[in-house]
Design a protein around this ligand. Sequence first.
Ligand SMILES: [Zn+2]
Length: 286
Amino acid sequence: MHLERAADGEKLAPIRRSLVLRQFRRLGNVPSAPDHDRVAALDSRALQVGVGDVARQDPESETSLVRPPLGAHRAAFAASERVELGRPLHGRIILGAMPETPEQFWERVHDSLQAPPVHEWDTWPFDGPVQPRPLAPPVEREKPRHGEGGVDCHACAAPDDAYVWTNESWRLRPLAKPSGLPVVVLLEPREHFSAPGDLPEALAAELGVLICRIERAVRSVEGVGLVHVLRYGEGGEHLHIWFMGRTARMEQLRSSFAAIWDDVLPPTPEDVWRENLDLVVTALGD
Ligand SMILES: [Zn+2]
C-alpha cells in the first residue's frame, strides 16, 4: 500500500536525528554542571544556540540511553565550549551570519561524516559496525510527496471504515497490517493540510487536545510502556501524527530506534493487534 510504504520510509528520520545527537554528545565532553546550575549562568549567545539544539532533541528520553547521560545543562555547556573554541560551524551561527544554504551545508559536511559507535548502544537494533553512506549533494528540487495539494491523495479519498475512530474533523487509522510494536496509529485531519502550521487555529487547538487524548488511550493498553508521538510528513503530504506504543520493560525498544524495531520485530499476532486497537478506541471514547 502506497501510503504505508511512504510512511515506512519516514521511519528512517529518527536515525538521522540520533546521529546528530551523538555528534552533539562528542562535543559535550565537559564536566557536568551542578543540577542547580541551569543555563542561566551561560553566555547568552551560547544559551540561544544550546537551547535551540536541545529543544529538538527531547533531551531526557533521547539521551538517557547514551553514556554518559546528556542533560540539558550539559548540552548547553557543550554549546558554550564550542563558542570558546570558535569552531567554524557554530561560530558562524552565533555571530549572526546567514543560515547555510543546502549547498554550503553539503560542502561542509560531506567529507567529514562520522561513524558513531551505534553497535555499542543498547537500543541499536543491529550487530556490527556501521559505515555512513556517502552524502549525496542537494537536489535541484525535492521529489514530490504523495498527494501534494490533495491531488490523488489516498488519505483524502479513504472512506471512514478505513479508520478505527473518527469525528467531525479528525480520523485515526491503524497501519494496513500488524507491525512489531503492539500499537501504531496515525491521526489525520479530514481536510487536506500539509503541516501543523497550516492548520486553522480552531483545528490546531483540537489537535493539541487530541494528541493528549490519543497518547493516553494508547498508553492505557496493557503492555504498552510509553507512547512516542511523532510527525515527519516526508512520505505523504496529508498531515499525519504517529502514535507508536512500545512494549513495556523492553529496554532496547526505548527511544527513537523503536521505529526501526517496529520493522525488525515480527508482526504482532492479528487477534492481539485488533484487540489492542479496540482498547485504544474504547479508551478514546467519542
Ligand atoms: Zn489529503
